[in-house]
Design a binder for this molecule. Structure first.
Ligand code: VG1
Ligand code: CO
Length: 542
């Protein structure tokens, strides 16, 4: 039985960098989740009788919204939904399922690296049939529908058992509950040399993987400990919890500080890694050395051929604009294309689909390849392991040799979180207004060569995305980028990205913040960060 339930539109359902993210109490308002899910379907065509994938990162409110999504999918005429057992499905695993079983698309319930719990964050995003996040054309249409919605269609099917693997009928629709790990583990096994990884762990190689009580736990346990034979205890915090144990599941040097401290300690394991709420980010720390995400994508690309899945080489590399230029130097040396996109994985989809890029990366700890259409935390960890096994060198040696070959891009991101929106907007507006007058002027002795507001023209479909971050480019190649986050749920988060290239080997072991000190000061002089935000230092430095 299908009911048409009248509803009133909410005005704030605009998807951000990666889907719609709000506090749980916002999502708990009457019909809030229902409206958004119906708006997704209203923005799509041709799904009658087709299959939809549904899963989430296990955070608070996940199970409730999964039931709603199943019932609304049935109400709208989907023929089948595939749901990860227990409602669990990492973002990259969801992308794989959509592609492998050629489904119409998928709904992923996650607010990724944001905290979870009754007063924390929740999120919903739609991924299309290529397995990737809906492009702006679709997210714009969803937002437009959400502002006009008058009713949603829901099937009266009661509560579906999402914990037992198998297939059941729900009205006219089929519901398949599947093991969320198996297909993903098989995909990893097809890309990497699992035999040599087993030998590596057998030889006594020690690793620490911190799942931060988020979705990657079951995947890491199965792959690292069960399939690759890493000792029991290699994975830590591997049980997904609705509130992530009260922590931010954000694998950076602030929220995964315990891992950093362990890796810098006297008895550090050989290799450390962590992943975020929905399993698409990665933190890589070798014994005694943190690898910045921008460096990591460059190093993975430079060594990718060592893994069976990439033995024929790469077609191209894509990175988001704020990500450092380290990957550009690798692309140049390999003689392959390099693409610079706006922030957010949705912009890589076309390049991957068109076969123009094989590896993609973002400075925010996202790395991935054409094996799925999302960034993939465990994939990056396994590629690093494959490279370590094949080269037989330490992570630190691989990193320092890379810098010797290509030079080092000193890089840092300063985040000012929960700034009042008006103040953050004022900063950006003022800066935008003076962009034209900046070139030729000097700040802290650094001459500005160019200043602009980044716009991207997709080389595949020609679509244009404007206002994707303000760039201040200095003579000599250093730069500062400023943009406002599109994933936060309270106030505004200002991100300031700072980069300097250092070719001289003798200057490769400086402290990053010291190496960037003049640029950091120049950014404040130019943009008035302290005066606008009222803060004298960033909330998070990565
Ligand atoms: C942030 C990152 C961006 C990433 C996005 C989603 O967006 O900067 O690189 O793609 O999060 O990642 P923003 O707009 O807040 O800067 V995830 O792991 O939160 O889905
Ligand atoms: Co994520």
């Amino acid at each position: 039985m299908i009911k048409t339930v009248p509803t009133k539109p909410y005005t704030d359902q605009k998807p951000g960098t990666s889907g719609l993210r709000k506090k749980v109490p916002v999502f708990q308002q009457e019909h809030y989740a229902e409206n958004f899910i119906q708006s997704i379907f209203d923005a799509l065509d041709g799904f009658q009788g087709k299959t939809l994938v549904i899963g989430g990162d296990g955070r608070f409110y996940n199970r409730e919204v999964i039931q709603k999504a199943i019932a609304i999918a049935a109400g709208n005429g989907f023929g089948k939904v595939m749901v990860g057992q227990g409602g669990i499905l990492s973002t990259p695993a969801a992308s794989n399922i959509i592609r492998k079983y050629k489904t119409f698309g998928g709904i992923i319930l996650s607010a990724s690296h944001n905290p979870g719990g009754p007063h924390e964050d929740f999120g919903i995003k739609y991924n299309a049939g290529n397995g990737g996040p809906a492009p702006e054309k679709i997210t714009d249409a969803i937002f437009a529908k959400s502002k006009q919605i008058k009713s949603f269609k829901i099937a009266d099917i009661g509560t579906v058992d999402i914990d037992t693997i198998g297939t059941v009928k729900a009205g006219d629709m089929t519901v398949e509950i599947f093991d969320p790990v198996k297909d993903y583990a098989e995909l990893m096994e097809s890309l990497f040399d699992f035999d040599s990884l087993r030998k590596l762990f057998k030889s006594g190689f020690r690793m620490r993987f911190d799942a931060m009580h988020a979705v990657t736990g079951p995947y890491a346990k199965e792959i690292l400990e069960h399939r690759l034979g890493a000792p029991n205890g290699t994975c830590r915090n591997f049980k997904p919890l609705p509130d992530f144990g009260g922590h931010h599941p954000d694998p950076n040097l602030v929220h995964a500080k315990h891992l950093y401290d362990e890796m810098m300690g006297p008895d550090a394991p050989d290799f450390g890694a962590a992943s975020d709420g929905d399993g698409d980010r990665n933190l890589i720390i070798g014994k005694g050395i943190f690898v910045t995400p921008s460096d990591s994508v460059a190093m993975l690309a430079a060594n990718a051929k060592l893994a069976p899945g990439y033995k024929d080489g790469l077609k191209g590399i894509a990175r988001s604009m704020p990500t450092s230029g380290a990957a550009d130097r690798v692309a140049e040396k390999l003689g392959i294309g390099i693409y610079e996109t706006p922030t957010g994985w949705k912009f890589f989809g076309n390049l991957l689909d068109a076969g123009m890029a094989t590896i993609c990366g973002e400075e925010s700890a996202g790395t991935g390849s054409n094996h799925v259409r999302e960034k993939d935390g465990l994939w990056a960890v396994l590629l690093w392991l494959n490279i370590l096994a094949a080269r037989g060198e330490s992570c630190k040696d691989i990193v320092t040799k890379h810098w010797e070959t290509y030079g080092r891009n000193y890089y840092s991101r300063h985040d000012y979180e929960e700034v009042e929106s008006d103040r953050a907007n004022a900063l950006v507006d003022e800066l935008r207004a003076k962009l034209g007058s900046l070139p030729g002027t000097t700040a802290r002795g650094l001459k500005i060569a160019k200043a602009d507001d980044f716009a991207y023209r997709d080389p595949v479909d020609g679509s244009v995305s404007e206002h994707q971050g303000i760039r201040i480019l200095f003579e000599g190649g250093s730069r500062v980028v400023l943009r406002l986050s599109g994933t936060g749920t309270s106030g505004a988060t200002l991100r300031v990205y700072i980069e300097r290239y250092e070719p001289d080997k003798a200057r490769h072991d400086l402290d990053t913040q010291e190496a960037l000190a003049d640029l950091i000061a120049a950014a404040d002089d130019i943009a008035g960060i302290k005066s606008h935000t009222g803060r004298n230092k960033p909330s998070v430095i990565t």
